[in-house]
Design a protein around this ligand. Sequence first.
Ligand code: A3P
Length: 300
Amino acid sequence: PKTKGWVGHHLYKYEGFWHNNRHLDGLLSYQRHFSANDGDVLLVTTPKSGTTWLKAAVFSIVNRVCHPPGSKNHPLLTENPHGIVPFIELQYYGSMPDFTNMPLPRLFSSHSPVISLPKSVQESHCKIIYLCRNPRDTFVSFWHFTNKLRTQAGAEATPIEETLNMFCNGESLCGPFWDHVVGYWNASLKKPDKVMFLRYEEVRAHPDEYFKKMAEFLGCPISEEEKGEGIVEELVKLCSFDHLSNLEVNKTGTGKFGEANNAFFRRGQAGDSANYFTSEMIDKLDKVTYEKFSPYGLIM
Ligand code: A3P
């Protein structure tokens, strides 16, 4: 271990980023064994930036013809988004399964920093949608999530100040958080047709606009006829926090690794961190954000 535990895990530094051993094993398998196809879509996030929402959104957008968003047997009504779109480094460590029977387009999610992307992802025409979230809310969401899992397992919750100090030093799962974001920001500027850079807060404020943009980016734009039928509104409603978090599967179900599906739904809002931070904590975090982001013109 290169650093003290981050909320109960030892972290290992690899290619400039911190990973726990399970994530690192998975990342190495991903780098060595995954072969991207031109039509693939990768949904990349830092932990707690809205991965669950992005999975629901992209799955429902690209499959809207075979699974109309208003249909009574839409897969999202009975399955958690994490059961529908696999997490490439978390589910397949050790080796990669045979994906030949996977429905097209193949959708995968990942927390991999841009520097660790497999060659085939960089060289193929697969697309990447990167969703980030402001560091304050990402941090608070992560702190809640890990404490929920820790206390469920009988461990003690970690104090927020201690966890924030580590986060600000870059020591968090897939951190430094800011370097992760900057990596994909630069990639999106360099290759806007390959990498789409989205912010949780903006998608939350204008979901219709961003669902349309995602469809366009993925090469399946919403037609005028579909717009007239209210498809965009239906997609947004299907994937909304209120709708997904109130489905029985997401209230009581569990995922592949025994994690409660409801752990992925907490408040689903922008700005909730204000309820947890002192002004000193805000200053500390904002200072790092300013130092790390301003050279790249990134505002968050
Ligand atoms: P909060 O803890 O702030 O509520 P991830 O999916 O990357 O693990 O991120 C989880 C965060 O996204 C949680 O944030 C969760 O509530 C929020 N979230 C989950 N589903 C959402 C949805 N459909 N719309 C908006 N936010 C959602």
